[in-house]
Design a binder for this molecule. Structure first.
Ligand code: CA
Length: 504
């Protein structure tokens, strides 16, 4: 008989239902469901007194508000949230795992870049902007470029305008303005753009071209200022002419066989459910370990979704310096939330809760699983570029559409996205591979989900099986041998950049 529930650690006093369970169902020899239990939701494995610990993943998810009977459904209203872990007294480098799974291959096919660093997974003309005011004109030009220019350059995959809401009407000198500015600057030199910088400015905005570009790059070959042009037609011709020159150069780029050390992969999850931490995220973690073992760089992020398990990450930081930066990023975010008069309980979402995630502690334990077991070699502030290879904690908001651009600015060439409830999320600048946590999700969206980790939840496949399948998918998509569904259908979310500074 297929298993009806999944228990993670021996000490857990709850398990989650693999399928909807009807009241009265005999789940195991000494456990009967006292009420209907929805798929992915928790069932009590023993009586839990008022104030008693509710334990999953071997950690306390919360405390029972009222007594809970063995066989009862435990929903999100029945737990009190524990206090967040103290980030000032964490232990660093106490859990350094070096025994990682061997990757099936150690090379991929990518586009090497003139300045070295991470290689491209795609060949794209990225057009940066200093301010939202230029977006309308640029979009008209890009439509024409795609119709008239792109067909002449078959080796170029796409033309992507980097449109955003920043640039003017903002407190440009506020301390936290460095986040959106750094993001846009790093994004302008994304590895998929092949070193071809093209910048469109209005001319009177607060974010001036010199904030976005290095001095040497500010030339008429790279920068167009709309207020210097005589009317709309001249703007469009200037944009077309510059794009044509850049596309010609990009068209000469060719993929080469490269070592995995030139590949940077981002991990993110969204629309999670209680299976995410059982199937999809651990499978992603396994693939992450294989990538790291092969020399690649893997980033994971989403501060509010690691905050409750941060001590587990601190144990994996290679030294105190890395650990201290991790603590600093957590504190920065605690404060950011406090200023907005919320706390981490603002995450999870209603969908997460419907998917059986009772609170942020449970979500965090599942979320962290996507980082695998490798040591954390570096911690980045939002949108910073890495200086090391290996597993990197890149601090970002957990919001899918904000995490994506931050990781892109940090240089990911591909993102792996785990989901339980389903989202058609995608990025224009790098391909996104979607991994789902349940078979039902793959059945519902067979043409949107790339890898199904559902068989891990039902006990029909191992984490190593799906993790290896995902690793191979990552290599195939990064190498351009395959397109993910989000890429094939061009499912591109808007570029929602992280701006923690005031708007004026
Ligand atoms: Ca997310």
């Amino acid at each position: 008989m297929a298993r009806l529930f999944v228990k993670i650690k021996d000490q857990d006093n709850v398990a989650i239902a693999v399928k909807d369970i009807k009241a009265g169902t005999v789940i195991s020899e000494d456990l009967t469901a006292l009420e209907d239990i929805p798929q992915a939701h928790k069932i009590a494995l023993c009586d839990i007194p008022r104030g008693g610990e509710i334990i999953r993943y071997g950690v306390v998810l919360g405390y029972a508000i009222d007594p809970i009977k063995k066989g009862q459904w435990i929903n999100e209203h029945m737990l009190e949230l524990p206090t967040p872990p103290d980030v000032d007294n964490m232990e660093f480098a106490t859990n350094i795992v070096t025994d990682l799974p061997e990757p099936p291959v150690r090379t991929w096919e990518g586009y090497r870049n003139p300045w070295g660093g991470p290689a491209g997974t795609r060949n794209i003309l990225g057009i940066s902007t200093t301010v939202q005011c230029v977006t309308g004109v640029l979009n008209v030009a890009v439509e024409r470029m795609k119709k008239e220019l792109l067909p002449k350059y078959p080796n170029v995959d796409d033309i992507v305008p980097i449109n955003h809401a920043y640039g003017c009407g903002v407190a440009i000198n506020a301390p936290e303005a460095k986040v959106p500015i750094r993001l846009l600057k790093n994004l302008s030199k994304h590895p998929n753009f092949g070193g071809q910088l093209m910048v469109v400015s209005l001319g009177c905005e607060k974010m001036t071209v010199d904030m976005l570009c290095d001095e040497a790059d500010i030339t008429p070959d790279n920068v167009i200022v709309l207020q210097e042009k005589h009317g709309f037609d001249e703007m469009i011709s200037a944009l077309m002419e510059m794009a044509d020159k850049k596309l010609k150069i990009l068209n000469e780029r060719r993929r080469e066989t490269l070592s995995l050390s030139e590949l940077v992969v981002g991990m993110q999850c969204g629309g999670s459910d209680a299976f995410s931490g059982v199937s999809a995220n651990p499978s992603a973690g396994y693939a992450a370990d294989m990538l790291v073992k092969g020399g690649a760089t893997v980033m994971f992020s989403e501060v509010t979704e690691v905050r409750d398990g941060v001590y587990l990450l601190a144990n994996r930081c290679v030294d105190e310096q890395v650990g201290k930066k991790l603590a600093a990023e957590m504190k920065w975010y605690d404060n950011y939330l406090k200023e907005g008069e919320v706390d981490r309980s603002a995450n999870p979402t209603p969908g997460n809760k419907k998917g059986g995630l009772a609170n942020i502690v449970e979500k965090a334990m599942g979320s962290i699983a996507k980082s695998g077991t490798s040591p954390i070699v570096e911690v980045l502030s939002p949108a910073e570029k890495p200086t090391k290879h290996g597993l990197i904690y890149a601090a970002t908001p957990a919001s899918d559409i904000v995490c994506g651009p931050c990781q892109l600015a940090s240089g990911i060439g591909l993102q792996v996205f785990m989901t339980g409830r389903g989202t058609p999320y995608g990025l224009a600048i790098a391909p996104v591979i979607k991994v789902c946590s349940r078979n039902e999700m793959k059945e519902l969206w067979p043409d949107l989900i790339d890898v199904n980790a559902g068989p891990v939840a039902t006990g029909d496949a191992t984490i190593a099986d799906i993790g290896t399948e995902l690793f191979n998918e990552i290599i195939d998509v990064a190498s351009g041998r395959k397109q993910s569904f989000a890429e094939k259908y061009k499912l591109h979310n808007d570029l929602c950049i992280f701006n923690p500074a005031p708007i004026t």
